[in-house]
Design a protein around this ligand. Structure first.
Ligand code: COA
Length: 361
């Protein structure tokens, strides 16, 4: 029977850092408040477009798999902050990669986007439509972040991660999946007028930034991730004792802790890197997977559970049995173009559009 397995992985985090101490200079907040309420210490702010981070992460994943861009027949970019709506960001990434033989599409289910992409790609591979897919989660969330709003600007960051998925007949790979969405509560988290909800030509800063009902999202997140992971584990016939690592979406360390408690999973089996990057939406899962492999947290034969939730409100999970290779086949000499800009230089465009934060005025 054909299954889908992950054969390559990589990440691309832009170099500019926005720390909690930097945010103390911008809004009325403290490192202590952000750390205790979210677990976040710093996040990255990109000087390039989403597609450029996606390209670098994608090339790194392809190298790790021993593949070239010509080898892929499917390219999915999970993003809710892509370069453009038309064309898809995946089309721009395809051009940068030179992946001329691939079908290409964006997949937007916000922070669940990467798990959604893995489910879609693995089913296309299992069904025989595709053999080798490159899946990239990439976000430039600072673009839709209002740095006068202390409730949201502390949470989000930029970055990209990617995996290569290939067909296999070996007894490992995707074991079970679950996806869901509840559109009746879509307004818990939104960029209200980022699309056709706005009037043509209208530029309304208040409506073009992320707005969020934090506590409502928090509750949905814990329930969504824990229930979905339980469903996938049930389908896979996997008990808690069989799980080696949970890789959850990184939105808030308290959400991650509450999810693990609800599942009854020990902290030592949960991967957390939110302190370094904040919430990078579609990118958190592939970035976390890459770092889990780099840190030896995944071993041959490990059972890994992925779980995510996001705007929509969407959720999804996957139980995955790792194969024998936990090291990349190669690491390419590729990186983002360097920049002389400071983090504040990059954010100045946000200040101009959304409003100058009081502390900087
Ligand atoms: N610094 C200091 N104080 C802050 C603050 C900040 N950055 N942001 C909010 N506050 C204040 C509030 O104004 C409020 O003050 P008040 O009591 O005087 O009104 C107080 O802190 C508590 O606010 P509240 O919203 O109840 O805090 P919380 O414990 O729910 O934490 C979030 C807020 C946003 C961290 C939390 O709700 C959360 O993480 N929600 C999920 C968000 C998420 O994951 N989004 C992405 C989904 S993919």
């Amino acid at each position: 029977m054909i299954n889908a397995e992950i054969t390559g992985w990589g990440k691309c985090m832009p170099p500019n850092v926005l720390s909690n101490h930097d945010l103390e200079q911008i809004v009325d907040t403290t490192d202590e408040w952000i750390t205790t309420r979210t677990g976040i210490k710093e996040r990255r702010i990109s000087h390039v477009d989403t597609s450029e981070m996606a390209y670098v992460a994608g090339m790194r994943a392809l190298s790790a798999a021993g593949k070239t861009p010509e080898d892929i027949d499917l390219l999915i970019v999970a993003t809710c902050s892509g370069d453009s709506i038309i064309p898809s960001t995946a089309s721009i990434v395809q051009k940068k990669l030179g992946a001329s033989g691939a079908a290409a599409m964006d997949l937007n289910s916000a922070c669940s986007g990467f798990v959604y992409s893995m489910v879609v790609a693995s089913n296309m591979i299992k069904g025989g439509a595709n053999k080798t897919a490159l899946l990239i989660g990439a976000e430039k969330l600072h673009y839709v972040t209002d740095y006068t709003d202390r409730a949201t600007c502390i949470l989000f960051g930029d970055g990209a991660g990617a995996v290569v998925m290939e067909a296999t007949e070996e007894p490992h790979g995707v074991m079970a999946t679950d996806l869901g969405n509840d559109g009746t509560i879509y307004d818990l988290l939104q960029v209200p007028k980022d699309g056709t909800m706005g009037e043509p030509g209208q530029r309304d800063p208040q409506m073009q930034a992320i707005s969020m009902q934090g506590q409502g999202v928090f509750k949905q997140a814990v329930t969504g991730m824990a229930e979905s992971a339980t469903i996938s584990m049930g389908k896979a016939g996997v008990g808690l004792e069989d799980v080696d690592l949970l890789i959850p979406h990184q939105a808030n360390v308290r959400i991650i802790d509450a999810t693990a408690r609800r599942l009854g999973l020990d902290d030592s089996k949960v991967f957390v890197n939110i302190h370094s990057y904040g919430n990078t939406s579609g990118a958190t899962i592939p970035v976390a997977l890459t770092e889990a492999l780099e840190q030896g947290r995944i071993q041959p034969g490990s059972t890994v559970v992925f779980a995510a939730f996001g705007a929509g409100m969407s959720w999804g999970s996957m139980v995955y049995k790792w194969g024998s290779r936990v090291d990349p086949l190669a690491t390419p000499e590729i990186d983002l173009p360097p920049t002389d800009q400071t983090t504040m230089d990059i954010l100045s465009a946000n200040f101009d559009f959304f409003g100058m934060p009081e502390k900087l005025a």
